[in-house]
Design a protein around this ligand. Structure first.
Ligand code: NAP
Ligand code: G4F
Length: 340
């Protein structure tokens, strides 16, 4: 059995990756942050009591800001594969917390690489490393963007991701480590965090449909993104680490839609006129915007045999159906007199 270690295991991608790796018979270890409230909702469906002899999924407290803790986890787990997904991943928040974002996203990746390098040197074990880069690194570079497009980051988040990308390339070249940068374009799902625009829209519009909310406040509706389904994308992460040689890959659907297109599609499915409910609030505008992301994933398709399985419309339908069910549950509780 192969052993994988995932940072960011409680996030959208981490949770799908655990599902995927357990189905491939891996033993999976995840790094989880200590929080005063539970932050394991996305992985509760797979977590078994570690005392259960059948358990193959284990959690360890750790943080990318704590290098010593990361070292201890790597020494204990002895991973064959490490997936570094942890990040302060919100672009707008990175303008409000640039130092913290740099510490976790850039220096945090460096801490993990250093811990892994020492572990490999001391034990002579070989581990493979996947790093979650981002299409945000392209900024306003003309679309379509591929592995050869020059990076032009436009947020503290994107600058930090680019620094982490650079550390990964440097460690690959300097220490002959098997490291892949996955340059993933936006990917969404019913497990997407509720402050990212797609989920914010599906949550709000389904609640509006059931009379639970009146308004939806948004920022720039003209920005275009290449939106895929997160479950399809974690397979690409794994595929990168199964190759003979390590390399960097763009993962995208190679189609782009505006925030307004997303809104239109959601409203169509719910038979609502979104213009009656949506208001523009300048607080959601960013100091610098990325106008159009559109990937060219031909390298991944040719070398990894990876391909998109879920269309834009299928993704929207899945998210709307999921959030409509959540709204129905809320409606039922409210009608039964519960104060939410
Ligand atoms: P997400 O849902 O925001 O999850 C982020 C994960 O990182 C969570 O598990 C979070 O823990 C953890 N984390 C945050 N700060 C940490 C710290 N200081 N130490 C340890 N863990 C920490 O993000 P995602 O959408 O799954 O994305 C996964 C990765 O891919 C991220 O690196 C993101 O930047 C990158 N990415 C995402 C997309 C996308 O469209 N989703 C596209 C390109 C790249 P808590 O649960 O405790 O908050
Ligand atoms: O959903 P978003 O916040 O995602 P963004 O900024 O593209 O970042 C996501 O994708 C990146 C990959 O390209 C990841 F690296 C990153 O971790 C994250 O997962 O915003 C998408 C677009 C932006 O142009 C934003 O200005 O939607 C626009 N937008 C309009 N109104 C809004 C809103 N975004 C948010 N979050 N909230 C709004 O009310």
């Amino acid at each position: 059995m192969r052993t994988a270690l995932i940072t960011g295991v409680t996030g959208q991608d981490g949770s799908y990756l655990v599902d995927f790796l357990l189905a491939k018979d891996y033993v999976v270890h995840g790094v989880i942050r200590r929080a005063s409230t539970f932050n394991t909702q996305r992985i509760d469906h797979i977590y078994k009591d570690p005392h259960n002899s059948k358990a193959r999924f284990f959690l360890h407290y750790g943080d990318l800001s704590d290098g010593t803790g990361l070292r201890h986890i790597i020494e204990r787990v002895q991973p064959d594969e490490v997936y570094n997904l942890a990040a302060q991943s919100h672009v707008k928040v990175s303008f409000e917390q640039p130092e913290y974002t740099a510490d976790v996203v850039a220096t945090g990746t460096l801490r993990l690489l250093e811990a892994l390098r020492d572990y490999m040197q001391n034990t002579k074990n070989k581990s493979r490393f996947y790093h979650a880069c981002s299409s945000e690194m392209y900024g306003n570079a003309p679309p379509p963007q591929s592995e050869t497009t020059p990076f032009a980051p436009r947020s503290p988040y994107a600058v930090s991701k680019l620094a982490a990308y650079g550390y990964c390339v440097n460690y690959r070249e300097s220490y002959d480590m098997f490291i892949c940068n996955g340059i993933l374009f936006n990917h969404e799902s019913p497990r997407r965090g509720e402050t990212f625009v797609t989920r914010k829209i599906t949550r709000a519009m389904t609640r509006i449909k059931l009379g639970l909310q009146d308004k939806l406040y948004l920022g720039n509706l003209e920005a275009k993104r290449d939106w895929g389904y997160a479950k399809d994308y974690v397979e690409a992460m794994w595929l990168m680490l199964q190759q003979d040689k390590c390399a960097d890959y763009v993962i995208s659907t190679d189609a782009t839609y505006s925030v307004k297109d997303f809104l239109n599609q959601v409203a169509k499915q719910l038979e609502l006129d979104w213009e009656k409910y949506v208001e523009i609030d300048p607080r959601y505008f960013r100091p610098t915007e990325v106008n159009c992301l559109l990937g060219d994933s031909s390298k991944a398709r040719e070398e990894l045999g990876w391909k998109v399985k879920t269309s834009f419309n299928e993704l929207v339908t899945m998210m709307v159906e999921h959030d409509l069910e959540l709204a129905r549950q809320e409606r039922t509780l409210l009608d039964a007199g519960h104060i939410l």
